[in-house]
Write a protein that binds this ligand. Structure first.
Ligand code: SF4
Ligand code: SF4
Ligand code: SF4
Length: 394
């Protein structure tokens, strides 16, 4: 089962319900004065974290202490973080600072991102049917798996970049007990480093939240320079304005737009496109929640850095790039009939509720409450409004 990387701290919570209201998949509710996370519904988008000003909800990654458990350690650095450097020298400084945290090697993954992009383009070029959906971001994969299942076959079955990178790196050190750490710029990447396909068959050992270790990286800055080179196409993937554009590609960023695009794709309204490239974060991965820069300015850094990039896309065999795990969902084993029966019951229950979406019951909306009642987790008496109306009429 996939898991949420979001964690709740009761002591910090003032029960304001902001996180419950912010969640796009209704994965949060308030029960017995504490926030409850529905693991099945959570897509690790991080909106709840952004909405909580009390740090009651945080994404949890590994710690640097885990380095001690390995003979040789490698840190994977995403293009979105590299893009926060205004020059090659700054990037060399950053890589040195990261290595000083205790890693034996620091690897930029833009060559693997570029390989992913190359495969996406290749597949899109051969597409004559419904548009394919690029799988750069785990939030998109998860959204399709949970809320747009009819698009599952359109999701390109290409592994996430850090997974491809980790496999390639691991192969270079066959005799070493190697630990691979993914430095994550957003909550969703924490998920794919920790539970990429909902099973333990993955190559990345640990996911580090950038917010946790950035203070330590800062302390190590301006103490040395490591040689670094990037792959232009891989860096450009981090921003929807920089990634390769074509008339038959639809590129959208920001959760609401992405959600609309997926709805339209489900209704067959985007069939003039061969490929959908979707970024749940505004301005793409450089707008990741754990990054600090103004994403418009950071996008300019990509131009500066790519003018000095020298690496080509990685070249790996098919089996190292593709996976058949995306089309599998373990979330819902109910038959079509059972699901239809459930939705009918929810609709009927929903009709009996007031429809105020006030969240006084702890649920985000009346519809979520109706689902919980049908599942047997709540009763109509838990609706405060219904209860008040009943008491008034008695
Ligand atoms: S946003 Fe959620 S976790 Fe944060 S204080 Fe409010 S209810 Fe608690
Ligand atoms: S990470 Fe996103 S989907 Fe998961 S609980 Fe938070 S807001 Fe909801
Ligand atoms: S009207 Fe009732 S069921 Fe709907 S959100 Fe408010 S308390 Fe919950």
């Amino acid at each position: 089962m996939r898991r949420s990387v979001v964690h709740y701290t009761l002591e910090r919570c003032i029960r304001c319900m902001k996180c419950v209201k912010a969640c796009p998949t209704s994965a949060l509710s308030m029960d017995n004065d504490r926030v409850v996370i529905d693991q099945q519904r959570c897509i690790n988008c991080g909106r709840c974290i952004m909405s909580c000003h009390n740090r009651g909800i945080l994404a949890q990654g590994s710690t640097l202490e885990d380095i001690e458990n390995y003979e040789y350690t490698v840190c994977l650095v995403p293009g979105a973080l590299i893009s926060h450097c205004a020059s090659l020298e700054e990037a060399q400084d950053l890589f040195h600072a990261i290595r000083m945290l205790g890693f034996d090697e620091v690897v930029d993954i833009t060559e693997y991102t570029a390989l992913h992009l190359k495969e996406v383009q290749l597949m899109a070029g051969e597409n004559t049917g419904d548009p394919y959906i690029a799988s750069f971001c785990p939030v998109i994969t998860r959204l399709v798996q949970t809320s747009h299942k009819s698009l599952l076959d359109s999701l390109l079955p290409i592994k996430f970049c850090s997974e491809i990178a980790a496999k390639d790196i691991r192969r270079k050190y066959p005799d070493k007990h190697i630990g691979i750490f993914n430095l994550c710029e957003c909550e969703s990447k924490l998920e794919y480093a920790k539970y990429p396909y909902g099973n333990p068959q993955y190559e990345v050992d640990h996911a580090l939240a950038l917010t946790d270790i950035f203070p330590m990286i800062r302390k190590n800055m301006h103490k040395g320079y490591d040689p670094v080179s990037f792959c232009k196409e891989g860096l450009q993937v981090c921003n929807p304005q920089r990634i390769i554009r074509r008339d038959d590609y639809l590129i959208a960023d920001g959760y609401d737009k992405v959600s609309t695009v997926l709805d339209m794709a489900e209704f067959g309204l985007l069939n003039e496109f061969r490929l959908l490239i979707l970024y749940p974060c505004f301005n793409g991965c450089i707008g990741g929640h754990m990054l600090w820069g103004n994403s418009f300015l950071v996008a300019n850094n990509i131009d500066a850095l790519t003018s000095q990039s020298s690496k080509k896309a990685a070249d790996l065999p098919f089996d190292e790039i593709y996976t058949d795990e995306f089309s599998r969902t373990d979330d819902d084993s109910r038959s079509f009939l059972e699901r239809t029966r459930f939705f009918r019951a929810v609709n009927e229950e929903f009709e009996r509720l007031p429809g105020y979406d006030c969240s006084a019951c702890g649920m985000q909306t009346c519809r979520v409450m109706a689902e919980e009642i049908v599942k047997g987790n709540r009763t109509e008496d838990d609706c405060r409004v219904l209860k008040a109306l009943k008491e008034k009429n008695e």
